[in-house]
Write a protein that binds this ligand. Structure first.
Ligand SMILES: C[S@@+](CC[C@H](N)C(=O)[O-])C[C@H]1O[C@@H](n2cnc3c(N)ncnc32)[C@H](O)[C@@H]1O
Length: 268
């Protein structure tokens, strides 16, 4: 998909994220997004390394879950998102933490309403030490432009996305007669397009829908290359045996790579 194609449905994507803000916030705050709390969230934080005292820009921060993780780890964080609903939740949660004196963050966090494609107009080059994006770049209509802008703001970007290998357009668990999962059937890997993702998992109290974009592993690598970024490390986080013993629902993510973390550096 070209940036021009993607930009065509940009307004729809933004509206859908805005409409989804309350339900998404509920999903995160109730702890029902256990892949985030137990698997890819901690792995992304670990991939960021020691953020104490670092100026961090968190792209597509949503209601601020990962921005707060970074601030708790000592980062001076700016979270940006293009959804007013998301930013309102992020600010409300932050204010409540101040009010209740529950602020266990050595760092700090502020939130800005901003489309990530407008980074260059808002921030001076070199403003940050690190750019992060927790499960948000694949939700952005123009990740290539965002990565290029981010590479001018900081020497390093660390982000998580659904692993393109398993997050294919055709993705069906084959089951035996008793309903046990035998194998994940995956097809149409090289099909890249935007689509509406239905957030209709049983554990969600309120269902919602958002626009998501699909790129192959090679396309992510090419986007980074064209932004002048080099992949320093890749991680495919998965739950440990102990985690699965406590929460068996995580088991699938130990069989197949569900998540991908990329640590990329601006090339010299
Ligand atoms: C799956 S949510 C992840 C939110 C947050 N990072 C987290 O981990 O909870 C994706 C977020 O990306 C935001 N987003 C998508 N496109 C954006 C853009 N062009 N600029 C800023 N935010 C964007 C959406 O509004 C949404 O809040």
């Amino acid at each position: 998909m070209t940036d021009e194609d993607a930009a065509a449905d940009e307004a729809t994507a933004r509206r859908m994220w805005n409409d989804a803000a309350d339900a998404f916030n509920e999903f995160v705050e109730t702890g029902l997004d256990y892949y985030r709390t137990d698997v890819h969230g901690p792995a992304l934080l670990e991939a960021c390394g020691d953020v104490r005292g670092q100026r961090v820009l968190d792209l597509g921060c949503g209601q601020g879950w990962f921005s707060r993780q970074l601030a708790t780890a000592g980062g001076q964080v700016t979270g940006i998102d293009w959804s007013t609903g998301m930013i309102e939740h992020a600010r409300r949660i932050e204010e409540a933490r101040h009010f209740q004196a529950q602020r266990d963050m050595p760092g700090g966090v502020t939130y800005d309403l901003l489309d990530a494609t407008e980074l260059a107009a808002r921030f001076e080059p070199g403003t940050f030490d690190l750019v992060t994006a927790c499960m948000s770049l694949m939700d952005m209509p123009r990740p290539r432009a965002v990565l290029a802008a981010a590479a001018r703001l900081a020497p390093r970007i660390v982000f998580s996305i659904p692993n393109p290998v398993t997050d294919a357009p055709h993705r069906v668990w084959k089951r035996d007669a008793a309903g046990h999962k035998l194998a994940l059937e995956i097809d149409r890997y090289f099909e890249t397009t935007s689509g509406v993702m239905q957030w209709d998992m049983k554990r969600l109290v309120h269902h919602f829908a958002t626009v998501q974009y699909r790129y192959t592993l090679e396309q992510w690598s090419q986007m980074l290359e064209s932004a002048g970024l080099m992949i320093a490390r890749l991680r495919e986080p998965r739950p440990s045996e102990a985690m699965i013993a406590t929460r068996p629902e995580l088991g699938d993510a130990a069989r197949l790579p569900y998540f991908l973390i990329i640590d990329a550096r601006v090339s010299a």
